[in-house]
Design a protein around this ligand. Structure first.
Ligand code: SF4
Length: 413
């Protein structure tokens, strides 16, 4: 029976657009109306996920056997690691944290640098709705890919402040549509801190020497400072390019300081655009469950936080873990090359709606997709929880079901 569902949320990326129109025949999606190719691909994935089967070392087994094998592996492990949760709904994130607590594991979300900085310096943030309605200056820093998505452009091209709004981009290279913005700044990677410090000085009327921020003329800097001074509500979108390198958290801390100073005279907020593998939401769930937003270890029987010691990359690179439990659709993104090499040397349990071809898994437990097969809640990039609907039937369990079943199996053993 044909069923048309309006305003369906897409959970493929951190934008969580909730305006897709989905038509189903009761069993499958027959048509999706969305403006985004990535979103289209996400909706198209559901038939493939339905074909997935539980397996042990690549051999198809029953769901019960795979659960039992996963529980055995956890019982044998000394230092398990739980990682991923990108695109997972909050019930799966809660189940993953609960399992980590039960088995004394380390759990990491892949958003370590941002959460580390924001725990130090705080975050002045807002919703996308506020940006759309009120911002008269938007600065995209290392977020060109996000700025050019059709969904974001359509979203921002609404509201009363569109006509008077100024746009500034700061990125490592000149982009195709640099001419369409009010100021385009090309900044060599690694100079973010220097630029922030120059802006802080100029906003306090402290004179700078010529070319104070590598490659940037004082005229460019003064022009940006003038735009900031002329504006009432400024929003910085900072993206993956801004957060590159081992000291990314220092860039985010410095930006928070700049925002705090600008706020003395006008409204100013930041919005973090997650990069590939960076979750948005898992860190919120982790923070409300444990008090820490990333890199949490339960080995002592209570949560301990140490971003250097307990980040997934660090745990894998230093061979500090002997079992990895990967959760979600893209659980390998965000891992370094060395971490991936080390991952191939230890047993892996994977639960999610997709196989990872490049990785041999000891136990694979396929799931349906939250937002297609299961209802739930997922966090948008601005921290707004968006409800997901489940409108297609599936024989597969949800990620939360699998994690809770493993937990129950361990309690029975
Ligand atoms: S931009 Fe919107 S429609 Fe496209 S993948 Fe992201 S959430 Fe889905």
């Amino acid at each position: 029976m044909k069923n048309v569902i309006e305003d369906v949320a897409c959970a493929s990326c951190c934008c969580v657009c909730d305006d897709a129109r989905v038509t189903t025949d009761g069993q499958q999606i027959t048509e999706v109306q969305t403006t985004c190719p990535q979103g289209q691909a996400w909706f198209d994935w559901s038939p493939q996920s339905a074909l997935l089967q539980p397996s042990i070392r690549g051999t198809a087994v029953s769901h019960t056997e795979a659960i039992q094998r996963a529980a055995e592996l956890i019982q044998q492990a000394q230092s398990p690691l739980i990682y991923g949760m990108y695109q997972s709904a909050t019930d799966a994130q809660r189940a993953a944290i609960s399992l980590a607590d039960q088995i004394g594991a380390t759990i990491d979300t892949g958003a370590a640098s941002a959460t580390r900085a924001l725990q130090q310096a705080g975050e002045a943030s807002c919703t996308l709705g506020e940006v759309r309605s009120r911002a008269d200056l938007i600065i995209y820093w290392g977020a060109d890919a996000f700025r050019s998505t059709e969904c974001h452009r359509n979203n921002m091209n609404q509201g009363e402040s569109v006509s008077s709004r100024k746009i500034v981009t700061i990125s490592g290279e000149k982009t195709d549509d640099s001419d369409n913005v009010d100021q385009s700044i090309v900044l060599a990677p690694g100079n973010e801190l220097e630029l922030i410090w120059c802006l802080r000085a100029l906003l306090k009327d402290i004179d700078l020497e010529q070319n104070a921020a590598s490659g940037l003329s004082t005229t460019d800097l003064q022009s940006l400072v003038s735009l900031i001074r002329q504006s009432k509500y400024i929003v910085f979108f900072f993206g993956p390019e801004f957060k590159q390198g081992p000291f990314a958290h220092h860039n985010i801390e410095a930006l928070s300081l700049l925002v705090r100073e600008i706020q003395a005279e006008r409204r100013c907020h930041t919005l973090n655009i997650p990069g590939v593998g960076e979750t948005r939401g898992a860190e919120t769930v982790l923070a409300w469950q444990t008090g820490y937003a990333a890199s949490v270890n339960f080995a002592a029987g209570y949560p301990r936080y140490s971003p250097r010691e307990y980040s997934a990359n660090q745990m894998l690179e230093q061979t500090e873990t002997d079992l990895c439990i990967l959760v979600g659709a893209q659980p390998l993104s965000g891992l370094s090359e060395l971490a991936l090499e080390r991952l191939a040397e230890i047993p892996v349990i994977l639960t999610g709606p997709a196989v990872q071809e490049q990785l041999e898994t000891e136990a694979f437990l396929p799931t349906g997709i939250s937002g297609i097969h299961f209802p739930g809640v997922i966090y948008r990039l601005d921290g707004t929880p968006i409800p997901l609907r489940g409108y297609l039937p599936t024989d597969l369990p949800s990620e939360a079901d699998v994690l809770n079943e493993i937990s129950a199996q361990l309690k029975r053993a």
